[in-house]
Design a protein around this ligand. Structure first.
Ligand code: NAD
Length: 502
């Protein structure tokens, strides 16, 4: 792709240094080869971690607001490179260009958030039970933060972690998805340029480690990296969580979702249908927050299914295509594996499904190795454990319910707990849903996907329990210290009235 080469040259001036044969990067847009890159050896990973420890020792001494200034400048550099970076995101992971731009905007937003935060890393002053004592809770920089990211948000997830970690006084080591290393190198090059003009920024403050699971494991197992923030499948989290715990490290896990929307009898379908369609087929169903299950009150079930069916047919006939084109609503799946997983899920459900539409390839004219699919819609008579696995594709199950309690049981029956939504105009149903959804995100009259950076993002159960981005997520990147100071002149009293007189 000639357009890609130009962008890569502009964004990654030292690309030639990374050339090799370990990682073959294909564009899902047309299946073409974008680059062949070298993975880091274990010695190189070791050296990068050592450098990150040195960088941390220098960076933690820089005042918080100055650290915030570096992140402010990163945000400015991202603004300047927004269009190029968005196009590279689209070409490397296949999401629509508008979403590529949205992803870079999310990076800019989190930088702005982190700049403000750099003056607000507040601790507490706590009343002491003893005279002339003061107790404080302080938040201190933690150390090098290992960031492992997934292909579907190739740059935003890094920025959610890195912008916060940097203002908190930490250094960063980033192992991006092996499917999207170019966007990672582009972000690193942008940050390198900002750091070059920032005298307090030490060498190695932020580094990229290229590779696959083994390179990630080197980070995961290394006691010099106190926090591993890992985003990806539940399968990956199941491997990473126990390994980090075994060395008493801290992990922040952002894993798979299996998200549902409940449509109650009072739902406004003008609001509900577009939210369901965007959530289910947008980003070709490749968001952790994508809508996979639609749980509809029996009184509206047939109407909702038929309306969705006609929307899916409309999308399939004219709106599946090149994500760089303005007319497209559904771009490609990331690769052949993703296509095969979708086919396997459809074959598993077919024996118990009432109706299945879509799922087949929508077109092959953009490249035989580019996997464009017709969004699939499945009508079920009830829920089944076949829905327990997340299929990372535009595959939606519609399930009827009779009572809201039953809808909540169906909703909460899957192992994951990331995002959820209810479509209702009844405030009692909305509040009941918010109290009973077992997810980290519970929306009313908006879909499951498309979160803003201001809230803490993450989910429960097999989604991993981590929270990143807004609210007080920054606390994961610092260590909490309780400190008691005695400022009297007598012998200090002991707590709880304990006597120890010499
Ligand atoms: P993946 O699990 O295949 O890979 C994610 C990352 O983990 C990659 O960088 C990979 O190299 C690394 N990895 C894999 N095994 C590892 C191991 N044993 N040790 C260390 N690192 C390892 O996921 P993917 O296919 O790139 O992304 C899709 C998945 O990510 C979906 O399940 C999606 O729901 C999830 N996701 C979750 C969130 C969230 O915030 N909850 C956000 C985006 C994506």
């Amino acid at each position: 792709m000639s357009i890609a080469l130009n962008i890569e040259e502009r964004l990654i001036p030292d690309l030639h240094r990374h050339k090799g044969s370990d990682l073959v990067v294909h564009s899902p847009v047309d299946g073409s080869e974008m680059a062949r890159l070298r993975a880091d050896t274990s010695e190189e990973v070791d050296a990068k971690i050592a450098k990150s420890v040195q960088a941390f020792r220098i960076w933690r001494e820089v005042p918080g607001p100055r650290r915030g200034e570096l992140v402010r400048l990163l945000g400015e550099a991202l603004r300047a490179n927004k269009e190029d970076l968005a196009r590279l995101v689209t070409m490397e992971c296949g999401k629509l260009l508008t979403e590529g731009r949205g992803e870079v905007q999310e990076m800019i937003d989190i930088c702005d958030f982190a700049v403000g935060l750099s003056r607000q890393l507040y601790g507490l002053t706590i009343a002491s039970e003893r005279p002339n004592h003061v107790m404080q809770e302080n938040w201190l920089p933690l150390g090098p933060v290992g960031i492992i990211s997934a292909f579907n948000f190739p740059v935003a997830v890094w920025s959610w972690n890195a912008a916060l970690a940097l203002v908190c006084g930490d250094s960063c080591l980033w192992k991006p998805s092996e499917k999207t290393p170019l966007t990672a190198l582009a972000c690193q090059a942008i940050l390198d340029q900002v750091c070059a003009d920032f005298p307090e920024a030490p060498e190695g403050l932020s580094q990229v480690i290229l590779g696959m699971a083994p390179q990630g494991e080197l980070l995961v197992d290394d006691p010099r990296v106190p926090l591993i923030s890992a985003t990806g499948s539940t399968r990956m989290g199941r491997a990473v969580g126990p390994r980090v715990a075994a060395r008493f490290g801290r992990s922040l896990l952002e894993l798979g979702g299996n998200n549902a929307i409940i449509v109650t009898p009072s739902a406004d379908l003008e609001v509900a249908i577009p939210s369901i369609v965007f959530g289910a087929v947008g980003t070709a169903g490749q968001r952790c927050t994508s809508t996979r299950r639609v749980i509809v009150h029996r009184s509206l079930h047939d109407k909702v299914f038929e309306t969705l069916k006609s929307a899916y047919e409309q999308v399939s006939s004219a709106k599946v295509g090149n994500p760089l084109s303005d007319d497209t609503l559904v771009g490609p799946l990331i690769d052949r594996d993703a296509y095969e997983c979708m086919q396997a899920a459809i074959e598993r459900i077919r024996p118990v499904a009432e109706v299945v539409i879509g799922g087949e390839r929508a077109r092959t004219d953009l490249g035989e190795s580019a996997y464009y699919v017709k969004p699939a819609l499945v009508k079920l008579s009830g829920s089944t454990s076949l829905l327990d696995d997340e299929t990372f594709a535009p595959l939606t199950y519609v399930i009827p319910y009779d009572t809201l309690e039953e809808a909540m049981d169906i909703h909460n029956s899957v192992p994951q707990g990331l995002s959820s939504a209810i479509m209702t105009t009844d405030v009692r149903d909305a509040e009941y849903f918010k109290r009973h959804s077992d997810c980290g995100i519970a929306n009313v009259n908006i879909g499951t996907s498309g979160a803003e950076i201001g809230g803490a993002f993450g989910g429960e159960k097999e989604t991993g329990g981590g929270r990143e981005s807004g609210s007080d997520s920054w606390k994961a990147y610092m260590r909490r210290q309780t400190s008691t100071t005695y400022f009297g002149r007598e012998r200090p009293a002991l707590a709880q009235g304990v006597k120890f007189d010499l």
